[in-house]
Design a protein around this ligand. Structure first.
Ligand SMILES: [Zn+2]
Ligand SMILES: [Zn+2]
Length: 362
């Protein structure tokens, strides 16, 4: 048996609906690598999908978790610029390091991109290693002094929203509709406000989420359960439609509605993916043609967007533009990770954070 200090507690994904929180060997810090003591790791909608259905890049036994904040406890040979004690977060997408996308820093688009919490062990464990390739790509990002770990765990999801909105070029005064009032929709709403969006409208079909989104003060909350969300948005915009529509839920209907509620020259983000066994929608293609509507995708994020997200949540100067803690509704110890995943899936909370410090309560 290894010594206790060579072991750590981890939530190990063993296959669909099988998560075991148990002692496993603590990872060793190899050459070029960095070893982190995880302090907070938030649960993503994707973690829930992996837990319930599995995922091709996640081979059990696996440790999930990619919304990470922690302390460096060891640096491997050859690592420069980092030291034990540094408080950090980690970029999820690790690129090959030599393709055209990687050359531009777009590791999320690298054909050989590998992700922390999927291909590599993630943050639902007391310790995790950042692979050497990631360290070379500066995937380890130091946190501003005093930034709470749980807020730092919100940097990854916000960076993904930044990636989605970079295509939308939201201008001051423009009407922005967000369909889906979950944690990601809420972050999109906050982010759109930092771009001085005019009227903000949030659409959802779930009671609890419609209620929870009030805290972010959108100008209008639309209950779409009766199928009238397009009409209601049209009403709110004098019949013109919204300049920007962001679909932050994996719904066929929401994607189709988004195209119908967009204004002429409107920009639409299909931010959330659809289930892979049913990824098709039908829509009137002439909507796009005559109304000059553009539709954009978004997948994960890259380092520069992590830095941007950090600056919004914890700026070097002035107050936070994004109050990240507002999205956190549950703080749980690692033992209760499945509860956190289920809470997220049922829409009973926004973000659940696994808290390794025990400082925040539940
Ligand atoms: Zn995520
Ligand atoms: Zn690459």
């Amino acid at each position: 048996m290894p010594e206790r200090d060579e072991m750590m507690k981890a939530a190990v994904f063993m296959g669909p609906e099988r998560m075991e929180v148990k002692e496993v060997p603590k990872p060793k810090c190899g050459e070029g690598e960095v070893l982190l003591e995880v302090k907070a790791c938030a649960i993503c909608g994707t973690d829930g999908r992996i837990y319930f259905h599995g995922q091709k890049n996640v081979v059990p036994p696996a440790i999930l978790g990619h919304e990470i904040a922690g302390d460096i406890v060891e640096v491997g040979d050859g690592v420069e610029g980092y030291s034990p004690g540094d408080r950090v977060t980690v970029v999820t997408s690790i690129g090959c390091g030599h393709c055209g996308y990687c050359a531009k820093g777009l590791t999320n688009m690298c054909p050989d991109s590998k992700a922390i919490g999927y291909h590599y062990s993630g943050g639902f464990a007391e310790y995790m290693v950042v692979p050497a390739k990631g360290v070379r790509q500066n995937a380890v990002i130091k946190l501003p002094e005093g930034m709470p770990y749980e807020e730092a765990a919100m940097v990854e999801p916000l960076s993904c929203c930044i990636n989605g909105q970079r295509y939308l070029n939201i201008a001051a005064g423009e009407t922005v509709v967000v369909i889906g009032a979950g944690p990601i929709g809420s972050m999109h709403l906050m982010l759109a406000k930092t771009a001085d969006a005019g009227k903000t409208i949030v659409v959802d079909i779930d009671d609890k989420r419609l209620k929870m989104v009030e805290r972010f003060e959108p100008d209008r909350i639309v209950d779409g359960r009766d199928g009238s969300s397009v009409e209601k948005v049209m009403e709110e915009t004098g019949g013109l439609g919204a300049e920007v529509v962001i679909v932050a839920c994996g719904s066929h209907q929401a994607q189709m509605d988004a195209l119908r509620m967009a204004a002429k020259m409107g920009r639409v983000s299909f931010f959330a993916g659809l289930p892979k066994d049913r990824p098709t929608i039908t829509f009137d293609s002439n909507l796009l043609h005559y109304r000059e509507i553009s539709v954009f995708g978004a997948y994960a994020s890259y380092r520069a967007q992590f830095v941007e997200a950090l600056e919004l949540i914890s700026p070097a100067q002035g107050g936070a533009k994004i109050e990240a803690a507002k999205v956190i509704t549950h703080r749980l110890p690692l033992e209760r990770i499945v509860e956190g995943i289920v809470t997220t899936k049922k829409g009973e909370g926004l973000k659940s954070v696994i808290d390794f410090t025990g400082e925040y309560g539940t």
